[in-house]
Design a protein around this ligand. Sequence first.
Ligand code: ATP
Ligand code: MG
Length: 423
Amino acid sequence: MSKKGMQSVRGFCDVLPEETPVWQQAEAVVRRVLEAYGYQEVRLPVIERTELFQRSIGEVTDIVEKEMYTFEDRSGDSITLRPEGTAGCVRAGIESGLLHHAEPRLWYAGPMFRHERPQKGRLRQFHQVGAEVFGVAAPELDAEMIVMTARMLRELGLEDVQLQLNSLGTPESRAAYREALVAYLRRHEDRLDDDSRRRLATNPLRIFDSKDPEVQAVMADAPRLLDNLDAASAEHFAKVRELLERAGVPYEINPSLVRGLDYYTRTVFEWVSDRLGAQGTVCAGGRFDALVEQLGGRPTPAIGFALGMERLVALLREQGEPGRGGAPHAYLVVATDPGAGLETAEALRDALPGLRLQAHAGGASFKAQLKRADRSGARVALILGDEERADGALTMKDLRGDGEQQRLPFSEAVSHLQAWIGD
Ligand code: ATP
Ligand code: MG
């Protein structure tokens, strides 16, 4: 095999044991908070028919135009690795009938795929936790979802993230506004990049989502969709703002916030950090009241968000979040018949369900085993020698403090370990 054949694909990353504890801890917090608000987990395929994404995300978006991993499978069907989770979630909801008689609150987690330029906080395989609620149009739900994400980020211990808010109105109010926007952009066409100039004719609102600084400067003075909302959307937005104020969740209105997908309507929001450079958005979402019907379901209002796990983990690590768990609590040194180690290790695991125990396998000198115990990151070495074995005892050696060593009957060793696991 060539050397390249043994390297990971660009933009696809391994998460190694050094990092997994932070991931697991973050995932546990996110799951707990979602459950506290009545959300239930769904597990969805990573591949969908290409058409699903074209019809939901929108043909004239970065994702559909240039970022999707689209293939023909062996039967000649066009399939795509999911670039986001909402489309599949709506598809599953319609297909299963789940959306018809209830107002389901669903969440999912897993990898997403976009062929973007890899950089800090931007990968080609990345992970999201997403959630969607179907069947509720009331602004209380928008507020509750945003309050929930605020709680999530707070309980994750994330510092310095700001909430940005905007409303995109309805597809009809956007159509009316579009003319004013296009007229403005025609006057500044020379400052637009090629992508934006092309989108002037096809999807001018998308230009707000441009990452080009010059284009962003043009858009900063563009007529604002927020000033052109239909009356019902304006009222909806006012209510969301009022509820957020009552809940004590500070926000900033960002009239340029349009999100990168066409299906959004009314409320959109992003939680942004300034510690991730240009890739500052950790969590983003909004309403998509027209999407279910657009994909063939009955008219069903909906709202959702997605949290980018890599960006979240990067922020937590930057804050010095070490993550608990990972390394074993104890390393069993087997200085007797090697087979005896397996028995003792099983007895320890029976007695202590939370114990992370690594038992030495294969013969090695006592000294060599202690060295491995130390390198494993364990806090304590449990030594099983001939004498311990004969007496039903274990010697515990502290690997992190003063190296204290004591020989204890098995049951006492278990209670010592129990106290540590609880820490
Ligand atoms: P951005 O504007 O940064 O490209 P986006 O608007 O394309 O983000 P969404 O589609 O809303 O992102 O996805 C929700 C979240 O998923 C983002 O806020 C981000 O945290 C994360 N995310 C999106 N794309 C990537 C990527 N390529 N690599 C890592 N995380 C990503
Ligand atoms: Mg993007």
